[in-house]
Design a binder for this molecule. Structure first.
Ligand SMILES: *Cc1c(COP(=O)(O)O)cnc(C)c1O
Length: 386
């Protein structure tokens, strides 16, 4: 029997990587050794000390029960302590911190807490596809904020028309940014807070790459902007920070009314994060900043090798020292990012992500993920003609 899918599911943009996935399978079947820069999943290991805590805690009966929906107090306290130490931001672990089953879960669910049919959600483009999907699932209308290179891949709020502003209730931001690797500073966040206050908009800042940087200076928190807690929340993930993508743990922090509404959605849909994982995550936040620094040194070496090589090959690389992505123009004028990615894969067995997969404003760019080792990066550059 064939069942009609819901309108909301059919409304999602098509999955742009399907064709590339098929080609990858075909190239692999020919016996080609694929080098993939496509995956946004760290290849580096989860710190052993975190896994040891998980092992120990998973033996304890009390951790086998349903967790409390807002997360263990111990986890929320560790988040608050880490936030104070890392960003100088005070958080009340009882009312301003919520554990998530990965930040993707919270990002996908936040529109359900605030968006009615007809409401607009301001979504950066290129961007993480979940902002758009979560908006559509909640019956809202995504309004695209183009991120342009000449503007440092920051949105220009003055371009949003008045009729959209009247309908807009929520704005997603994401810095350091996936896929462009761009950073935002305190000045931009101050401007965003003012804009949100003037227009009655909630800001949901996706800070998944907060600890991933290859320069000297750490990334700024949205919540450290003046008055940010009045208008928004910040999503975090332990996935990229501690190489824990498979564990599924993240958290949301900030405005207590927004946090409690997101919590209310979640109580009705899920039952929280396995407590042993929360305790392992809390241990990481309490102790593992050294591992984070070591990972960043590895990403820095990889970034330097790849950027230098690509530039020698004539690529125009966007200069950034945040995230583990390298974002560059398609080197062939007039070739779409998808066609370029397909022919690169066909000719060299190298996988990159076409910018158009992140939205129409990603066209003309491709993304390399620095989640493979130096030898593989060098091998890829040789195959590309270096
Ligand atoms: C990886 C990623 C996430 C999701 O991380 P999880 O916590 O594993 O769900 C969220 N936002 C962006 C931009 C990401 O790249």
């Amino acid at each position: 029997m064939k069942f009609e899918r819901s309108k909301r599911l059919n409304q999602l943009p098509p999955y742009l990587f399907a064709e590339i996935d098929r080609l990858k399978t075909a190239v692999k079947a020919k016996g080609v050794d694929i080098i993939s820069f496509g995956i946004g999943d760290p290849d580096l290991p989860t710190p052993k000390s975190i896994i040891d805590v998980l092992k120990k805690e998973s033996e304890i009966d009390a951790n086998h029960k349903y967790p409390s929906y807002e997360g263990l107090l111990k986890f929320r306290e560790s988040v608050a302590k880490w936030y104070k130490k890392r960003f100088g931001v005070e958080l009340d672990p009882d009312r301003e911190v919520l554990s998530l089953i990965g930040s993707k879960e919270g990002i996908g669910h936040i529109p359900l807490a605030f968006i009615n049919p007809g409401d607009a959600v301001l979504v950066p483009d290129p961007g993480y596809p979940v902002y758009r999907a979560g908006t559509i699932f909640a019956g809202g209308t995504p309004y695209i904020m183009p991120l342009k290179e000449e503007n440092g891949f920051l949105p220009d709020f003055s371009l949003i028309p008045g009729d959209i502003l009247k309908k807009a209730k929520l704005m997603f931001l994401n810095y350091p940014n996936n896929p462009t690797s761009a950073r935002a500073d305190r000045h931009f966040f101050n401007e965003a807070v003012k804009f949100a206050k003037d227009n009655g908009i909630i800001i949901a800042h996706d800070f998944a790459y907060s600890e991933v940087y290859t320069g000297e200076k750490g990334n700024d928190s949205f919540l450290s902007a003046h008055g940010a807690k009045d208008v928004g929340i910040e999503f975090h993930s332990l996935s990229k920070t501690f190489n824990m993508t498979g564990f599924r743990i993240g958290f949301a922090v900030g405005n207590e009314n927004v946090i409690s509404a997101l919590g209310a959605v979640k109580t009705n849909l899920d039952s929280g994060v396995f407590q042993a994982i929360q305790l392992a995550g809390a241990f990481g936040l309490d102790n593992e900043l050294k591992a984070v620094r070591e990972n960043n040194l590895i990403y820095k070496k990889r970034r330097d090798i790849l950027t230098r090589g690509l530039e020698k090959l004539g690529y125009k690389v966007y200069k950034s020292d945040s995230t583990f992505y390298v974002w560059t123009r398609v080197p062939k004028e007039g070739t779409s990012s998808k066609d370029f990615a397909m022919s690169l894969l066909n000719e060299t067995g190298i996988v990159v992500t076409p910018g158009s997969g992140f939205g129409e404003n990603g066209e003309g760019y491709i993304r390399f993920s620095l989640t493979i080792n130096e030898d593989r990066i060098k091998e890829a550059l040789i195959r590309m003609g270096l």
